[in-house]
Design a protein around this ligand. Structure first.
Ligand SMILES: Cc1cc2nc3c(=O)[nH]c(=O)nc-3n(C[C@H](O)[C@H](O)[C@H](O)COP(=O)(O)O)c2cc1C
Length: 354
């Protein structure tokens, strides 16, 4: 059955590739480049509502002034920007963000990191009331969280985030290889108590066609990539951050999931469910060796005031387990097209191999 994303977001070309809404990294330039290439572009936001307003205005201006583009037709027909906006709920004030979203409603909102799972339902209700056409996506990292959120908040899409993912995710988790089919089975068993037509997409450790092909074989309707798009020209990344990422040649040993990355500036502000995957830095090494947290913080503070902001050794360089396969900086559109073609090639080759 063709992916529902192809009809809901009609400018897309399958297999559908989506950039992760990475707050501080994924702005309007990345989102538009991904959407232009037939993928689904997103903008990540934390608590900078002014920056979000500027980004949304840039997207609206671009699609108003380029009427012949396929995403522009979607914008003209629906009034929705042909992109999604990621919100980190524990950092976001509904009252502050709503007016900005209402002035330029996006095709969908991607919700993540609510203080507790029960917070998604009131957020979803409020957003659906204020923005009735905008679809709701929610990212979770376990089958039981997916089942609970499906029952209580009934999102249109669940992003199933495996533990290989770069950046923040469930501290306890599993890779998408088991997580995605387990979630599909769990949701099918729950049909009588929840929404029946939730689209599942996969995130975590996918950086090229082979990983994406695996996700589609697992039943995903689309594939999200964060780490791969950190190496896109349009992404906002400090040069030392990008250099550290490109220099990492072993995703298993060169990255780690750990709470220490959120403890460097002081106690973590993230809800207890979450930690993050980043490059296994000297801060991480100190932590594994039992160095006192105040000493680790002091060493980080000294590194953070350098020109490289500490990214070459002590600051968090969020990246997924697929990072070793990311070796060049490219335009985002080229990434979308090459992963799309690589996915089809990998699926053809897999069929030949069985
Ligand atoms: C640098 C970085 C920043 C991220 N920021 C966000 C964010 O603001 N909101 C969010 O929902 N997910 C965020 N994520 C997680 C992504 O949504 C996604 O799950 C992840 O990138 C997928 O794994 P991959 O990096 O291996 O592709 C971030 C990931 C990275 C690498």
């Amino acid at each position: 059955m063709p992916s529902k994303l192809l009809t809901d977001y009609p400018w897309t070309t399958g297999p559908v590739i989506i950039n992760a809404p990475m707050a501080g990294f994924a702005g309007s330039a990345l989102a538009m480049a991904v959407t232009q290439a037939g993928g689904i572009g997103t903008i990540g936001t934390a608590d900078n509502i002014t920056a979000l307003g500027t980004d949304l205005q840039a997207v609206a201006d671009f699609y108003s002034s380029s009427p012949s583009l396929s995403p522009s037709a979607f914008y003209q027909n629906t009034g929705l920007l042909p992109i999604g906006i990621g919100l980190l709920l524990f950092l976001t004030s509904l009252d502050a963000v709503l007016p900005v979203l209402q002035s330029h409603p996006p095709a969908f909102l991607w919700l993540f990191a609510a203080p507790t799972l029960s917070d998604y339902a009131p957020w979803t209700t409020a957003l659906r009331t204020a923005l009735p056409q905008t679809r709701i996506w929610i990212q979770v990292g376990s089958a039981s969280a997916a089942a609970e959120v499906a029952r209580t908040a009934a999102p249109d899409v669940l992003v199933i985030q495996g533990s290989d993912a770069g950046g923040h995710g469930f501290a306890r988790g599993a890779s998408v290889v088991s997580l995605l089919p387990e979630t599909a089975v769990r949701l099918a068993a729950n049909l009588s108590v929840g929404k029946t037509d939730i689209t599942l997409i996969a995130a975590g450790g996918i950086v090229e066609g082979r990983g994406a092909a695996a996700a589609f074989a697992l039943g995903a309707a689309g594939v999200v990539m964060g780490t791969r798009f950190l190496a896109a020209n349009e992404t906002v990344v400090h040069p030392a951050y990008r250099a550290a990422m490109l220099a990492t040649s072993d995703g298993a040993l060169g990255t780690a999931r750990a709470p220490i990355f959120d403890e460097l500036k002081g106690p973590t502000i993230w809800p207890p469910l979450y930690d993050g995957r980043a490059i296994a830095s000297l801060s991480y090494l100190d932590w594994t060796q039992g160095v006192d947290i105040e000493v680790i913080r002091q060493r980080y503070a000294e590194a953070a005031i350098r020109e490289d902001m500490g990214f070459s050794d002590r600051a968090p360089v969020w990246a997924g387990a697929g990072v070793a396969l990311v070796n060049e900086v490219q335009p985002a559109g080229d990434i979308v097209r090459s992963v799309r073609e690589g996915t089809k090639k990998a699926l053809r080759e897999a069929l030949e191999a069985v």
